[in-house]
Design a protein around this ligand. Structure first.
Ligand code: GTR
Length: 337
């Protein structure tokens, strides 16, 4: 990013009139000429709904600015796992990270409400919450967080997370007993799996394939598109619809970069991100169907889980431990319909 900067001493030498002229010149240069290439990253490959939505957002930015702002996408964990992605965004080494709300809980505790098992009644409920005032408030909390160093741009859909493993179908809570299941890096998720009787093992998405291959874990849990596109079915062919988590994705922007941009550019980024949220949603529903089809073709054993109440009862301790501090927010979410 080429930016014109003028040090203080030169400014003093130039005098007040010149300062005004220089400031105006700076503004013109940074808004009219300097090319801005925003580095974006995602754990998923090209074509995955979240990746595609951000690529399309880049095209819109290019069009709106006549090529001045563009997005360079680094898909497939090319810049590391989600933990690394967050760190790089905080430093300004990359600008856009598409991550799950999952690892955001330790940073902005309110996000852990979205991470509570069975907090949303169904996908429509979840969409209403993220599209409405609660969703905006939480994005705002992130943006205003004094040390997070991130701007919350928008959410995206990520369906429902189901348990998969290499041993057997899970039809009741007891079936999880003794299974080592990879969970996302947030103590809430390990507690969730442990309360269901399994052994929750926290690790990055980038380490999961290897861990399944070597038997470090028996399986994991995720939505159909992640399971299918990550080829996890090769190592864990039992996919059981436990539906225990429904965690939205989030698009975050490096605050360091954002703060250096003009108001107009900031607004354009926020606007195109909001559009990306809805565009991704369409792509998501198509992809869920395609992934399920591919899974069945690959010989995955998919089973429904009807004993939902038993699963909900088992995770009560997680709600007590991680939800108690957010009772008002939980009640507001429950009241959305
Ligand atoms: C996926 C999500 C990723 C990542 C992954 C995981 O559903 O899209 O951002 O969080 O799950 O399990 O780590």
């Amino acid at each position: 990013m080429s930016k014109v900067t003028i040090d203080r001493r030169s400014l003093l030498r130039l005098g007040a009139g010149a300062v005004a002229a220089t400031t105006a010149m700076k503004a013109t240069i940074s808004s009219a000429q300097a090319k801005v290439v925003l580095k974006a990253t995602d754990v998923h490959p090209l074509g995955y709904p979240t990746v595609e939505a951000v690529v399309r957002m880049g095209k819109k930015l290019e069009e709106a600015t006549k090529g001045r702002i563009s997005i360079q996408m680094y898909p497939s964990m090319q810049l590391g796992g989600e933990k690394e992605m967050i760190e790089q965004a905080q430093l300004g080494a990359l600008q856009i990270a598409r991550i799950s709300v999952g690892p955001m809980g330790p940073l902005v505790p309110e996000f852990n409400v979205f991470n509570l098992p069975f907090v949303f009644r169904d996908v429509a409920h979840m969409e209403k919450v993220i599209d409405g005032p609660i969703g905006s408030e939480l994005l705002d909390k992130l943006t205003k967080h004094p040390t997070a160093g991130l701007v919350g741009l928008c959410y995206m859909n990520a369906g429902v997370r189901n348990v998969y493993n290499s041993k057997k179908p899970i039809t009741k809570v007891e079936d999880l007993k003794g299974l080592k299941i990879r969970m996302m890096g947030n103590p809430l998720f390990v507690d969730t799996m442990n309360s269901l009787g399994g052994n929750g093992v926290a690790m990055g998405f980038d380490q999961l394939i290897n861990a399944m291959q070597t038997g470090v874990v028996d399986g994991a849990e995720n939505n159909e598109p992640s399971y299918e596109s990550g080829q996890h079915y090769r190592y864990a062919k039992f996919y059981s619809k436990t539906g225990h988590l429904m965690i939205p994705e989030i698009l975050v922007f490096s605050k360091r970069t954002f703060d250096g941009m003009s108001k107009d550019d900031q607004e354009l980024i926020l606007k195109t991100a909001k559009e990306a949220q809805l565009e991704q949603r369409k792509l998501w529903y198509e992809r869920e169907q395609e992934s399920l089809k591919k899974m069945l073709e690959a010989g995955v054993v998919v089973n429904e889980v009807t004993d939902r109440e038993a699963f909900q009862a088992a995770v009560k301790p997680v709600w007590e431990k991680h939800g108690a501090a957010h009772k008002a927010l939980i009640d507001r979410i429950a009241a959305v319909n």
